[in-house]
Design a protein around this ligand. Sequence first.
Ligand code: SF4
Ligand code: SF4
Length: 340
Amino acid sequence: MELKYIPKTSLNAWLAKVKDSGRQLYAPVAENGKTNFKRVSSVDEISMGHVQTAQSAKGVAFPRTEKLFSYARQQGSVTLQDYDPNALPSTVVFGLHPCDAAAFKPLSGIFGWDTQDKPFSERMQRVTLVSLSCSKCDAFCFCTSVGGSPGNADGSDILLTAVSDEGYLVEIVTDKGKSLIEPHAALFEAAPEVSKAELLAHVEVKFSVDEVERKIADAFESDVWKRQSARCMGCGACAFVCPACACFDVQENAKGAAGDRIRCWDSCGFALFTLHTSGHNPRGTQSQRWRQRLLHKFSYMPRRLAVRGCTGCGRCSRACPVDMNLSEHLKELESIHRTS
Ligand code: SF4
Ligand code: SF4
């Protein structure tokens, strides 16, 4: 991996040049007490002081709502306007943390599992991720418990790590990343000799994820799911903020003889998520839905896709209105009796 250094005074100049090269630039923006990824029109809008954005960056490849195609019926015939990948813009996401960059791997696993999902894969091809290592964390972060780290480069195209208040170590991870740097090479300098580990936040390891995965594979009938989900309201906030959740619904937005077929985020925590038209719901209770959420992330996905459905960003626990704390629940699952 190629290493460089960029002085803080050159960072905004580089990002401005990247934006002015015809790409959309998404970056963290602080507004009304929250920081979220937004498309910026000026690099002066970018905010870098947060531990974690409220929403993840996944919307750049899996938007909250997306038109799949449009149709119109006229005089007995139907015209179809299909999904047009050529209309998708090239996008650079700046300032996401390693847990968000790593989450594009499980998303890619789900959207490429049995058949390639065209909207997702076409967007991913046009997205470049310029991540920022974490120099601070909070009590909800647990990336180090699920195989990540505050300086994990896996999933990023470029990873920046603050060396001091003066500048950043630049790890160029992929060819996509290289193509953002090469045209502006004059802004970059030779990398200094630094110990990257000493520049990162200390994120405590809270449980053994291998042990959790071994235990829950046998815990389908356990009463632990009822106990843990007793206060869950099924609001879906945890799924909507999660960088690795991929549940979606497909809806018609029609008026008269014309309309759009859209897909929108959904959640396996919603009571109606698996309701059949017969009236039967195979996951009729909140404990069954909680079990599905955890088994999907920590058993089904590792087995089917060789990737975990959680990168330890902690957003679900920060967002939960009834203080369900995922790392605490995983810690409990680590120590349950295998047949309890
Ligand atoms: S955010 Fe909390 S209450 Fe809402 S569905 Fe998730 S775990 Fe349940
Ligand atoms: S399950 Fe929670 S901690 Fe894990 S990636 Fe999703 S939001 Fe983050």
